[in-house]
Design a protein around this ligand. Sequence first.
Ligand code: ADP
Ligand code: MG
Ligand code: ZN
Length: 607
Amino acid sequence: MKAMKPPKKPLLFYYGIILVVILLLNSFIFPVIFQKQVKEVDYGTFLTMVEKGDVQKVEIEDHYILFNSAAGNNKDSYYRTGVVDDPKLVDRLHEADVQFTKVIPRENSPFLNFILTWILPLLIFIAIGQWFAKKMQNKMMGGGNTLSFGKSKAKVYVEAKIGVTFADVAGQDEAKEALQEIVDFLHNPKKYKEIGAKIPKGALLVGPPGTGKTLLAKAVAGESKVPFFSISGSEFVEMFVGMGAARVRDLFKQAQEKAPCIVFIDEIDAIGKSRNSGMAGGNDEREQTLNQLLTEMDGFDADKGVVILAASNRPETLDKALLRPGRFDRRVPVELPDLAGREAILQVHARQVKLETDVDFNLIARATSGASGADLANIINEGALRAVRFGRDRVTQNDLEESVETVIAGYQRKNAVISMKDKLTISYHEVGHALVAAKQSHSAPVHKITIIPRTSGALGYTMQVDERETVLMSKEQALDKITTFMGGRAAEEVIFNTVTSGASNDIEQATKIARAMVTRYGMTEEFDMMALETVNNAYLGGDSSLIVSAETAAKIDDVVLKIIKTCHQKAIHILEENKDILHELTKYLIEKETLSGEEFMQILEGQ
Ligand code: ADP
Ligand code: MG
Ligand code: ZN
């Protein structure tokens, strides 16, 4: 809620007013002499001029005499001379028949004097003070006035402004269903009360980054016709001790006044982290905020119609107290999209761009297994940008495929300088991957081979796209995958009888799979189905730690190495047997730099 805004007159406006006032006063106080040309002369000259009758008019002031001449080419010019104690001056002037007056010094009115010397400086002082105070406050509070200390910064969304509906969220049907029930409850609570059902107080959206958690919450805001408070967990954590708790209190107070309504706390792990985790001593401020949140969640009656939504991609770090029934008692998983989900997400985002009619979303979806909704939205946008770059007014299939590669592997580095020898090595390496993949029965078909370097550092790569998506990986598939990763290095060995650094990424990937086979999938004789590892962070990369003794860890390494060695030998064997076709494919690849899956198959089948 935004506090009342101070009137928006720029400071310059006030300075302008002050300037005008000063100018006006000046023109009153100072006589007009500034506007005339005045010549200084000595008293003798003055007297001579008077005697000669050259002087027309004299004004005697306190400290000087001002006069103008009446004769010759000096007519109308003004002169000034000092005042001399000259008792005969009046007589002389009289004799010369000159008009003369004594000017009475102008007195400023006492009122004006008072304003000038007291009120005006005071006003300027106050104005500057106020300005600084406001600036400081804005810095510390992010707007508002002093009274808004401890006010929550939750923004109230109104459904008309949000414009996001469930239709904008593709896939995620289970999550949508769960949330739709909550929206329905807020609209007709009677239906639920009559049967005695209690609606959950809170729902926690959990899942990897970019899967649409925030988007889903916005859709809830768009669909429900009730006020929607949205705040991010990190906004509770403040510079001042105690502010977080105050913010929570204020948020819930506002929510209860506006009930029925929805409160959404994004990235709740910022405050909801388990209280006994972290550094020794913990973080008192965060703990206080969390305690306040727990208290508030207990304190209000869900029947009133306040529903709390929260999102997190690290649910395992959340405090258990937050997850117990009566608080966030409903967990809504928002997982990475499957094949159908990816296709649907692509379609949702493609609504906003102009597409060629032959675009095949299914193929793009198949090529992007593991991509999140945010990645897919990015792919569509990159494709549209590419179309513009090439001066087209429609996005083509090629644009989208290229942007898949951009998102996966980075932009093309067109001006990278690569020697012919390196290019040859890279080509054999990539064809090695592709050929090994093609000669195994459990590998996904090759979709594309390219040796165009990428900004990510990849010098070339081979893309495989599965026909169908499988959720399970068999032991054979796992081994074939490792063998395919070995194919690049194997080709270098078979052809050049030497090795290069180009296989570093392959090595990393292959080792990851081999290790998982041993420690997590139970795919080896040696360890059978023994649990050796736990996964800590399922939604954020899934780093895991061994739960075994040091000797066992050493044995695990041995088994992993054995798997990799076996696969490496198999890859070399395949390539030795198909050396001719390896040369042939490489020749084409060097020439064209990119081979499509069909071209690859045609050459392979000897056409
Ligand atoms: P997070 O789960 O990290 O909160 P967001 O909700 O912020 O992810 O998603 C980021 C963007 O990704 C969204 O703005 C949207 O464009 C896109 N996106 C993610 N998931 C979906 C989806 N299921 N349907 C449509 N767009 C999605
Ligand atoms: Mg988010
Ligand atoms: Zn490689």
